[in-house]
Design a protein around this ligand. Structure first.
Ligand SMILES: C[S@@+](CC[C@H](N)C(=O)[O-])C[C@H]1O[C@@H](n2cnc3c(N)ncnc32)[C@H](O)[C@@H]1O
Length: 237
């Protein structure tokens, strides 16, 4: 690990007890009432915090709200997410799923795990499970399969590796876990991207052909963002 990253991680770890207090206080406020879909999205974007105890998402408000509304209509039992990061989208899924959210990332800090597991509303039966590892490895896919125990998910959110090959592999590997009539969404589908490794666009253009799809794009001229949504056919043909 480079020295600067090491020092940053050390500093975050030392500050974790103080940040934890703040974040759990904030969580209690969030849990004071059952949140509507727009409120879930607002909380995901403004929860805040510091270090590993931050909850935040880098999304366009109108896009993630439109997606959350689609997902809510499914009355989802189980949601699978690739790409936890600072858990903003996880907060939304944990407020929508009735049974379980599995969220995957290359790294989850031990400091952030209790906060993320505590995200579902107090009156909800939803459980959050964090799976740490590389979504592209067969071993990791097997861990997802074991965690699901043969159950299908209602919604798969692919927001991990944004290279064209990476997003395609996540789609090919994990689409089998989505139930008929379920939804699969991809983040960062617009053509213009500030980060050169964000290459979801060419994959999205291929995969959406002859499919039941929607696009949530705040502004067609924007750089970055954009959400693509596929509906899995209700019956296999
Ligand atoms: C854009 S962030 C996710 C943002 C989050 N969904 C949100 O909006 O709140 C992408 C995350 O994917 C993770 N990631 C990248 N490649 C991955 C892989 N091969 N397997 C698992 N996670 C990966 C990164 O570590 C990063 O935290």
């Amino acid at each position: 690990m480079p020295k600067t990253s090491y020092l940053k991680n050390l500093s975050r770890t030392l500050r974790a007890p103080f940040n934890r207090q703040w974040s759990f206080r904030r969580l209690r406020t969030y849990h004071e009432e059952r949140r509507s879909v727009p409120e879930l999205v607002n909380w995901a974007m403004t929860f805040g915090g510091s270090g590993f105890l931050t909850i935040h998402t880098v999304q366009k408000h109108s896009e993630i709200l439109a997606l959350a509304q689609e997902v809510a209509q499914l009355k989802p039992r189980i949601i699978l997410e690739i790409g936890t990061a600072r858990a903003g989208t996880l907060l939304i899924w944990a407020g929508l799923a009735n049974d379980r959210v599995l969220t995957c990332d290359l790294f989850h800090s031990p400091a952030q795990i209790p906060l993320l597991e505590a995200l579902p509303p107090p009156d909800s039966d939803c459980q959050v499970s964090l799976l740490t590892g590389d979504s592209h490895t067969p071993e990791f896919k097997q861990r997802v399969a074991s965690a699901l125990g043969g159950e299908k998910v209602d919604f798969l959110f692919i927001d991990g590796d944004h290279t064209e090959a990476g997003v395609e592999q996540d789609y090919e590997d994990y689409k089998e876990f989505v139930r008929p009539g379920g939804l699969i969404a991809f983040h960062d589908i617009v053509a213009k991207q500030a980060i050169p490794t964000n290459q979801v666009y060419p994959f999205w253009e291929r995969v959406k052909r002859s499919r039941d799809y929607k696009e949530f794009i705040d502004d067609r001229e924007q750089t970055g963002f954009g959400i693509g949504l596929l509906r899995v056919p209700s019956t296999s043909s």
